[in-house]
Ligand binder design. Structure first.
Ligand code: UDX
Length: 439
């Protein structure tokens, strides 16, 4: 099937490449010329495992093309996926829908045949209905535009896998025809038995924000228990493992530590609360405010722990930071807990040196005041404390003996609970971790 994918960020670029991989003819659309040029050359504009290969293959076999022209998009296909960002509004908790509005405002008047617009962005409930009337008002009189919503649940770092092997497909539709079109787009996935839930627009929109709010709540819950473990001298890693065997709880998303960051969870929780307020049911979701605030306090707590470890003040101390991305396997630094801690130490007078396997360019561009090192070892030279803030695999493989010979003091804070601490302890490191006994 022919389709466009409008918006080629982390979501859209992956969706476009994966749809081409499923055998569709895909035109990716974006206003950012540099990004479109890279994509048209088969190159991913950001680090996402597996994406380069898919882009390269799609571009070379002609199933995947890119453009900045909305007129070309309107002409090319009758199915348009919209994948633009819905960031948090400046100075407010609500989602900023201007990107979505401008896609509809530009696309609808250019349509010459009936079209199906399928939104994938995360939106406040009610957005799809509003966009449907907006599109109907702007499209030529003889053109019928239908809106559907098909939220995306992909995780950065696993985006290709999550798109090609999703654990469910959720669609909100207003007609059987739209449902049939979406089913045929995803036929290869459906024939593999992927659960398909077809519902109304509002429910589909709400599934996505509810999923993210639930995940955020689960994480803040385990992090709260982590504080209890620390205060009582218990171990949150063992506790999580034991909880996870209960199928009703499940082991996923139960790694306690520095908390969640990234472009989705925090802003989606806030937008959910804001929408609840607009709908007059703020009290029902008020606990989410605490979920969000508690999560942000993890960063403060980690910085406090580091300050404590170096003797009560960061002034003049060397702090090595391992990790800048908001999680491993991505170069995305949006709302990165690791960088929040690094900046807090730097603001209080520490000399902070950061290393990250993939996110250094993005981090340097956003925070030029921090120092960056080309390797973990270099970042740790003469360090008074080493902070493990993003759990890249390569950090688990560090030899604590060798690293110990480079630092000024063998002090480690494992804020992700992912390092083999017994090895570090055996090499003479004093270790602190969130939710575990100090040693
Ligand atoms: C999330 C949702 O998982 C995804 O379904 C949605 O489409 C977008 O938002 P993403 O932001 O890519 O995906 O990352 P995710 O893997 O969910 O991690 C979010 C944050 O939580 C990261 O900062 C991660 O380090 C943290 N996290 C996750 C934990 O601290 N512990 C865990 O057990 C899991």
């Amino acid at each position: 099937m022919r389709m466009t994918v409008i918006g080629t960020g982390y979501l859209g670029a992956v969706h476009a490449a994966c749809m081409a991989d499923l055998g569709h003819e895909v035109l990716g659309v974006d206003t950012n010329r540099d990004r479109i040029e890279m994509l048209a050359n088969g190159l991913a504009p950001f680090y996402e495992p597996g994406l380069d290969e898919l882009l390269d293959r799609g571009v070379r076999n002609g199933s995947l093309r890119f453009t900045t022209s909305m007129a070309e998009a309107a002409e090319f296909a009758d199915v348009h996926f919209v994948c633009v960002g819905t960031p948090q509004q400046d100075g407010a908790d609500r989602a900023d829908l201007r990107g979505l509005h401008s896609v509809v405002d530009e696309l609808a008047p250019l349509l010459r045949r009936d079209a199906l617009i399928i939104g994938k962005s995360t939106v406040p409930v009610g957005t799809a209905t509003d966009l449907a009337s907006r599109a109907a008002g702007l499209a030529p009189a003889d053109v019928r535009v239908e809106l559907a919503w098909n939220p995306e649940f992909l995780r950065e770092g696993l985006a290709v896998e999550d798109t090609l092997y999703p654990n469910r497909i959720v669609v909100g539709v207003t007609s059987g025809a739209a449902d049939a079109t979406i089913r045929s787009i995803y036929r290869p996935l459906l024939s593999r038995g992927t659960p398909y839930i077809s519902t109304d627009l509002h429910t589909a929109e709400l599934v996505k924000v509810s999923a993210n709010a639930f995940l955020a709540t689960k994480l803040s819950f385990i992090n709260a228990v982590s504080d209890m473990c620390e205060a009582a001298g218990a171990d949150v890693v063992t506790l999580s493992e034991a909880l996870g065997y209960d199928e009703r709880i499940g082991s996923a998303y139960l790694s306690a530590g520095l908390g969640f960051g990234g472009s989705c969870l925090g802003k989606d929780v806030r937008a959910f609360i804001a929408r609840a307020r607009e709908l007059g049911i703020e009290d029902s979701l008020s606990f989410l405010r605490e979920v969000d605030e508690f999560n942000l306090r993890r960063r403060q707590r980690t910085a406090e722990m580091a300050r404590d470890v170096v003797g009560g003040s960061f002034a003049g101390r060397n702090v090595a930071v391992l990790g800048a991305a908001f999680k491993p396997d991505t170069d995305d630094i949006r709302d990165s807990p690791a960088l929040a801690v690094a900046r807090a130490a730097q603001r209080e007078g520490a000399r902070v040196r950061v290393h990250d396997p993939k996110a250094m360019d993005n981090a340097r561009a956003a925070y030029p005041e921090l120092d960056f090192s080309p390797s973990a070892e270099k970042a740790c030279e003469d360090a008074d404390v080493v902070l493990h803030l993003t759990e890249w695999r390569e950090y688990s493989d560090i030899d604590p003996e060798i690293l110990g010979s480079l630092v000024r003091e063998r002090r480690l804070i494992d804020a992700r609970n992912k390092l083999p601490l017994d090895r570090w302890q055996a090499a003479g490191w004093s270790v602190r971790a969130l939710g575990r006994k100090a040693s």
